[in-house]
Design a protein around this ligand. Structure first.
Ligand code: SPV
Ligand code: MG
Length: 288
């Protein structure tokens, strides 16, 4: 078995352990290496980050192949299992089945698909949050699960019920249907500024499937609180991307004003750190 084939098993082992599993969002191999070095257990191959890195809206514009290449490069670059954010699954149930086969073959640990209509818009954008009928999305989950050959591969069902303004009863009903269809975990997304929605969901959740939260708009919630409520995975989906934007913006503004690069030097990673991250062979090292 090649080394990538163990990633889904690794993720299942993490899910079976006592601690909450932390995933950090990213869009490239370098981020995966930084996440690993910072101590995270898994990576989230974020559609927002991938789209932003291409300078386009997170609106189902990139192709499956582009997302797959990114998730694979993250998988290759670090020992972490990668959970691939696959938006709506790139089409209908047949597209999901095809994607599962492709992602599994490239060593990605898990795919996550969401119950919005294609083309989707990022969950925090106004409009474009139409949901697929639950039965139609459940059929996508079933098709994906039938397509996998590695029994450890995970297909995560993400409900956008709260994002679309639906109530707790609908979110739970959808999650139950997706669990019945064979989903390996349920991601409950919320854009509330309080964690109440996701905490109430967990309090009412009565299945043995792991729950996943993305605390972007309710960052005050702690990992301990989520774990106590019943969440098994927390995804810090966009903090790395936003850190990149703010720090590159600040640095380049200073550089553009300064007339030379000395003003930045103390605040920059040394070349040696870059070489270390990319695994530059010693013979080529000429870093100052
Ligand atoms: C992503 O990181 O692409 C996500 C999370 O799907 S969110 O941006 O909150 O929709
Ligand atoms: Mg996304």
């Amino acid at each position: 078995m090649n080394r990538l084939a163990h990633r889904s098993t690794q993720l299942r082992q993490l899910l079976a352990g006592p601690a909450i599993v932390r995933a950090v969002g990213g869009h490239d191999a370098l981020t995966a290496k930084l996440a690993h070095a910072a101590g995270f257990e898994t990576m989230w191959a974020s559609s927002l980050a991938a789209s932003a890195s291409h300078g386009v809206p997170d609106a189902s514009l990139l192709t499956m192949t582009q997302f797959l290449d990114i998730a694979e490069s993250m998988t290759q670059a670090s020992p972490l299992p990668v959970i691939a954010d696959c938006d709506t699954g790139f089409g209908d149930a047949r597209n999901v089945a095809y994607a599962v086969a492709r992602y599994e073959a490239r060593g990605i640990a898990a795919m996550c698909i969401e119950d919005k209509r294609f083309p989707k818009l990022n969950s925090f954008a106004d409009g474009g949050q139409d949901l697929l009928p639950a039965a139609e999305f459940a059929a996508k989950i079933r098709a994906g699960k039938q397509a996998q050959t590695d029994p450890a591969f995970l297909l995560i069902a993400r409900t956008e019920a709260f994002i679309a303004g639906r109530d707790l009863a609908e979110a739970l009903d959808r999650a139950h249907q997706y669990a019945d269809a064979g989903a390996d975990a349920i991601l409950v997304h919320s854009k509330s500024v309080h964690p109440d929605q996701v905490l109430k969901f967990a309090a009412a959740w009565d299945r043995d499937l792991p729950l996943i939260a993305i605390p972007t708009t309710y960052p005050q919630v702690t990992e301990a609180e989520l774990l106590a409520a019943g969440y098994r995975v927390v995804i810090y989906a966009n903090q790395g991307l936003r850190a990149t934007v703010s720090s590159v913006q600040d640095m380049l503004r200073v550089l553009s004003q300064a007339g030379n690069a000395a003003a930045l030097e103390e605040r920059l990673a040394p070349m040696q750190a870059v070489f270390d991250l990319q695994g530059m062979p010693g013979a080529y090292r000429t870093a100052p």
